[in-house]
Design a protein around this ligand. Structure first.
Ligand code: FAD
Ligand code: N01
Length: 549
């Protein structure tokens, strides 16, 4: 059992730390390194999985890979780490990213302060002592002055909300909890539900090997080609030669992705031919840069329509059967309002004889049966069904923990009409509880590694600042929280994000309040705001000494 040092409070609990971190994905790993190795605090991580890596530990489905170029989606905090690690592909795949996470854990000797296979059940603030009391599902109790939730924005997988789920007697898989060791689908009849990024990557990868693949699609998704391939040595060299400048640029940019190369012009101000050329050039380059072709694509419906038409033509050009092409074409929301998918031959798989598409808007699923899936039209029999149905995003992992602040206030109740935070970092009524990439911060709208590092550094600096001044408690004021939430909503309201039923809005989870959760203002602007708040003596927060500190 890890040692007890630092917190200094009397407690009946067996384990006492300065800080407890929940989650050992990239956020929890870096948080541990900062608090323990840079600041000398006693810190401990509880992780539900049996290893580090979070997203990349759980999502082992075929074809899982990043949609941000490898060298951009990696830690920047250690120059040595960055120089020693070599990515092999332009968009790295899950096994390589998991290897990277393990390399980071080894390099910084993180595992000795992580309890694996340990799910946190509750986190309760004890006002008398000013400590957080953490209880795990297997009955461990630990207290700490600071509790940092690094529980992930896309870690609470949805359970199938489909009648009959559980009745199927064949093999069942979920992309978000894929078995280690993989699955052999050779010659099998497979049905897959869901065509978000996870579904698209899985479909594309298994299509060549399965006997038959039936894709059940409720809403078609916009997807752009990745043009993945081996990472060229000259790209790695250039990145390492200019790493400091590139990292600075990432931190000050809109979404932390340099490959976007956003243009400042408005779509309709550019002559049609030049517009088409720009779209073509970006389609050929691959990845998210298409969505940054012009400055107003995310706010002006007419501009957005131009890009919709371009991508629609591309789909028609790839998919040979016009009816299938039409069903694969999104028509009900602007491009970019749901996260754009980045694929490697997705639309092409529908030209294979063994792949078919079922449009659930025309023939909805009635039930899952013991042998397959029944739609309003017919029964389909399968050897295996794959659920690629997404996550209770941003709030789900937190909601699955019984978190209580002052006066026993439950976070679940406080957030019943949608998440309320100050800067996405803290919640009023919940002193010393930090959220990494929480709702109200750029988070999932950005390169997550950039946002994770920014939050972890801000939290570490904040805890250090409190310690230096012999203060022990920081808490968001209700006024600062309300103002920030209003600002987050106001900025989102001016965008086309509001026009899709996306997980950004909680629309994918029945009964979840429809609130746009991440902050659209941009990572550079947001970082400045966070730094300014800290420089102004943590403006909007109350700082205090805890009763027994
Ligand atoms: P996570 O990696 O989700 O880690 C959270 C950890 O907390 C998990 O290990 C979980 O087990 C643990 N946990 C949660 N609740 C508890 C509890 N109660 N008790 C104990 N442990 C708990 N982002 C990008 O920027 N670019 C990408 O290309 C990209 N690709 C993605 C691909 C997939 C398939 C998915 C699902 C997400 C992707 N993301 C991507 C988002 C990705 O989640 C982040 O990039 C990043 O990995 C998040 O790291 P994290 O540490 O914040 O959270
Ligand atoms: O989940 P999703 P995801 N019946 O919510 C369908 C990141 N990520 O895991 O749209 C039938 O996007 C649902 O249909 P609809 C990335 O940020 C990145 O794919 O609700 N269908 C949808 O088609 C991404 O955005 C990568 O109508 C049902 C699908 O399931 C986020 O994670 C790879 C249904 C869910 O799509 C989530 O992606 C993977 C039902 N009852 C993930 N319920 C990269 O490429 C749901 N659906 C880096």
């Amino acid at each position: 059992m890890p040692g007890a040092k630092g917190a200094g409070a009397e407690s009946a609990a067996a384990e006492i730390y300065d800080a407890i971190i929940v989650g050992a994905g990239f956020a929890g790993m870096y948080m541990l390194h900062r608090l323990r190795d840079d600041m000398g605090l006693s810190a401990h991580v509880f992780e539900a999985g049996s290893g580090v890596g979070g997203t990349w530990f759980w999502n082992r489905y075929p074809g899982a890979r990043v949609d941000i170029e490898s060298q951009e989606y990696s830690f920047s905090f250690s120059e040595e780490l960055e120089k020693d690690w070599h990515w092999t592909e332009r968009y790295s795949a899950q096994p390589e990213i998991l290897k990277y996470a393990n390399h980071v854990a080894d390099r910084f000797d993180l595992r000795r302060d992580i309890s694996f296979n340990t799910r946190v059940a509750s986190a309760i603030y004890e006002e008398a002592t000013g400590l957080w009391r953490i209880t795990t599902e297997d009955g461990r109790i630990a207290t700490a002055r600071f509790c940092i939730m690094a529980t992930g924005c896309l870690s609470a997988a949805k359970t199938p909300d489909i009648p009959g789920a559980g009745q199927f007697e064949g093999e069942t898989y979920s992309t978000a909890t894929w078995p280690t060791g993989g699955v052999d689908f050779k010659d099998k009849k497979v049905g897959i539900i869901g065509t978000g990024s996870s579904g698209i990557q899985t479909i594309t990868t298994i299509a060549p090997e399965v006997g038959e693949l039936v894709v059940f699609q409720r809403t078609p998704n916009f997807s752009v080609p990745a043009h993945n391939g081996p990472l060229k040595p000259e790209i790695t060299r250039d990145w390492l030669n200019h790493r400091e400048a590139y990292r600075k640029e990432q931190r000050e940019s809109g979404v932390g992705i340099l490959a976007l190369q956003p243009r400042e012009e408005l779509t309709l101000d550019v002559p049609e031919q030049e517009r088409e050329q720009e779209f073509e050039m970006r389609w050929a380059k691959g990845g998210f840069c298409l969505g940054a072709a012009f400055a107003d694509l995310g706010i002006d419906p007419a501009a957005n329509n131009e890009l919709v038409s371009f991508v629609t033509e591309k789909i028609r050009g790839i998919v040979k059967d016009p009816e299938t092409a039409d069903r694969l074409t999104p028509k009900t929301y602007p491009i970019g309002a749901k996260r754009l998918c980045v694929d490697t031959g997705y639309f092409e798989v529908y030209n294979q004889d063994n792949v078919s598409l079922v449009d659930l808007t025309a023939t909805p699923i009635e039930t899952i049966t013991s042998t397959g899936i029944r739609t309003s039209e017919r029964d389909y029999d399968f050897d295996a069904i794959i659920f690629a149905i997404g996550f209770d995003a941003m709030t789900g992992a937190l909601d699955r923990i019984d978190i209580r602040g002052r006066g026993g206030l439950r976070l679940h109740d406080k957030w019943s009409a949608g998440p309320l935070t100050y800067l996405g970092l803290m919640v009023s009524g919940f002193p010393n509880l930090f959220l990494v990439t929480g709702p109200g911060s750029p988070s999932v709208l950005s390169n997550m590694l950039v946002s994770i590092e920014q939050h972890v550094d801000w939290i570490a600096d904040c805890i250090q600042n409190l310690g230096q001044r012999q203060l022990s408690t920081i808490e968001a004021t209700p006024a600062a929280e309300s103002e920030w939430v209003a600002h987050v909503n106001e900025v989102a309201a001016g965008t086309l994000y509001m026009q899709a039923n996306s997980w950004y809005l909680g629309a994918n989870v029945p009964g979840k309040p429809r609130v746009f959760m991440p902050y659209v203002g941009g990572v550079g602007v947001y970082r400045e705001k966070c730094d300014e708040v800290a420089a102004n003596d943590y403006e909007g927060f109350e700082l205090a000494r805890a009763p027994d500190a």
